[in-house]
Every structure is written in structure tokens, then in C-alpha cells.
Design a protein around this ligand. Structure first.
Ligand SMILES: [Zn+2]
Length: 293
């Protein structure tokens, strides 16, 4: 009997602890956390591939658990692959809807719909909350991409944890990997050059990160787009966000990837930015158990 009481007291204590830590800590096995997250995000769930085990070997990712490639994507990839030199694999698609400046829906040639998040860039919010220049960025993306054919290039990590395809969006197929091709044909680069987006580098998808930093610098120097706003009114928060890889919470002492839903919920006053994982850990911050930065 005593033992039983002791056990139940312990259970209550554990439950209390979990509740105090918030949802973030609740599901102990990481896989369970991911599932709960996916389920809470119904519209993304359908985008997650449920198909079998086909996966290009070079995309094996030990740290990131991701859905496998669809047959359709794989077919599209290999079909397009023949046409492009230098091994840049492209997936042809038509843009059917612009969600915001850096996210669109596309229809693949197979007819499958995919939600696509552009790699390496971040446009101001215009959906859940409105940030300065968010509406302009959305309108720009819409005007340039809606109804158009694009060619998607993937990087190391194919999807984010919301099931969105992560891609570089080519307006026409590149003939080679060069500064000239990138700045004229890749929409991610165009967003940076025109000042509609800031660089957001999220490892391991860093293929064009160096180019992107350079394009952002050019836009800043010209006061293009959102950088023009900043010249008028000082916005330290947004200039800090540049080249930020991790966001910490001063209260919980946890740090996240910028895309993590928990990172987005941190109030601006409690945000602290880190350029590297090391910097965060040295400052005494613990990695988030959901996004596992
Ligand atoms: Zn997180």
C-alpha cells in the first residue's frame, strides 16, 4: 500500500513537471513529438509523403527525420535531369497559389500539389501577423510566379517538419551554376536582390548561402525594398534577424531553429539571437526538443 502511494505521488509529480515545461517537453520520444506536431497541422499533413522507401542516396540525412521522396517527384527529377547540365536536378512545376512572399503552392507535372517554402530567404510575415513590407513581398511573389512554370531545385533536406517541400525556385532552367545565372534566373535570389526578403540560412540547406549573403548586402547598400524602410525608421530587431540561424528564449533558456513553431511564439522582448549553435550553448541555452537545432 505504501508503495502504491509512493508511486502515485511520483506520477503526479512527473505530470506536474511535464505540464510546467510546456508542450515542448511533454512527448518524450522525439517521434511522438513529430507526429503530434504534424497532426496539429492538418493542411500540411497531406503534403507529407506516405509512400515507401524510395529515397535518393545522396539525400540520406542522419539527423533530420523526413518523409521519403514521392515516386512522382523522383520521376520528374530524373526526367528533367537529362536536360540540364552540371547535374542540377530540377522538378518542373506550375505555381497555383502564392501563400506569402516565400511560400507557394505548385502543381507538379504528375498533377500532384505541393506546398513549397523557398530555401535560404525569409520575407516579412503577411498571414498570421502583418510585418512591414509583408504585403508588398506577397504581392511581388504573386505577380512574378502565379500561373507560371518554375523549376524546383532541392537541397540536402527535402522537406521541413511541416511537410513543405524546400526548394530553390528557378524561373527558367539554369545552364550552369554561376552568379549570373543565379541572380537572373533564381527567384530566391531575386527576392533578396529586390529587398523583398532577408537571408535565413538553415543548415543543412546551404548550397547558395554565400551568394545569398552577397545579394542581401547589395540590396542593403541600395536601400532596396524593406531596407529602404529601415533607413527611415531604425529597426534593430529586423537587422538582428539577418543571418540568424538560431533563436533563444531568455525565459526558458532554450534555443530553436527560426522555423520552429515555438521560436515563432517567443515574444520579441524575450528573443535572443545566435549565429551558431555553439554561441547558444556557451550562453547557457538548451536545444529545443521539437526542432532539435
Ligand atoms: Zn524549437
Amino acid at each position: 500500500m505504501k508503495k502504491l502511494i509512493a508511486v502515485s505521488v511520483m506520477l503526479i509529480l512527473i505530470a506536474g513537471l511535464l505540464a510546467a515545461c510546456g508542450n515542448e517537453a511533454a512527448p518524450t520520444p522525439p517521434a511522438a513529438g513529430k507526429t503530434a506536431e504534424a497532426a496539429s497541422n492538418a493542411q500540411h499533413v497531406e503534403a507529407v509523403s506516405s509512400s515507401g522507401s524510395k529515397q535518393p542516396t545522396q539525400e540520406q540525412q542522419p539527423t533530420v527525420e523526413k518523409p521519403t521522396v514521392d515516386d512522382q517527384i523522383e520521376q520528374a527529377t530524373s526526367a528533367e535531369n537529362e536536360k540540364v547540365e552540371e547535374g542540377i536536378e530540377l522538378i518542373k512545376a506550375k505555381v497555383t497559389k502564392a501563400v506569402d512572399g516565400d511560400t507557394v503552392y505548385v502543381k507538379l507535372e504528375s498533377g500532384k500539389e505541393e506546398k513549397v517554402r523557398f530555401i535560404g530567404v525569409d520575407t516579412p510575415e503577411s498571414t498570421t501577423k502583418v510585418e512591414p513590407y509583408g504585403k508588398e513581398a506577397t504581392a511581388y511573389t504573386k505577380s512574378k510566379l502565379l500561373g507560371k512554370d518554375v523549376w524546383l531545385e532541392l537541397d540536402v533536406q527535402e522537406r521541413d517538419k511541416y511537410g513543405r517541400l524546400l526548394a530553390y525556385v528557378w524561373l527558367s532552367p539554369p545552364t550552369k551554376e554561376s552568379d549570373e545565372e543565379i541572380r537572373t534566373k533564381m527567384f530566391n535570389a531575386v527576392l533578396l536582390l529586390e529587398g523583398y526578403a532577408q537571408v535565413m540560412t538553415v543548415p543543412p540547406n546551404v548550397k547558395y548561402a554565400e551568394y545569398f549573403r552577397e545579394y542581401q548586402q547589395e540590396a542593403r547598400e541600395k536601400n532596396a525594398g524593406l531596407w529602404g524602410l529601415e533607413a527611415k525608421e531604425e529597426k534593430p530587431a529586423s537587422s538582428q534577424a539577418v543571418s540568424v540561424s538560431y533563436i533563444g528564449n531568455k525565459n526558458s533558456k532554450k534555443f530553436h531553429l527560426p522555423d520552429c513553431q515555438w521560436a515563432k511564439k517567443i515574444s520579441p522582448a524575450n528573443r535572443v539571437y545566435f549565429k551558431s549553435r555553439n554561441e547558444a550553448i556557451k550562453a547557457g541555452y538548451m536545444p529545443c526538443k521539437v526542432c532539435r537545432p
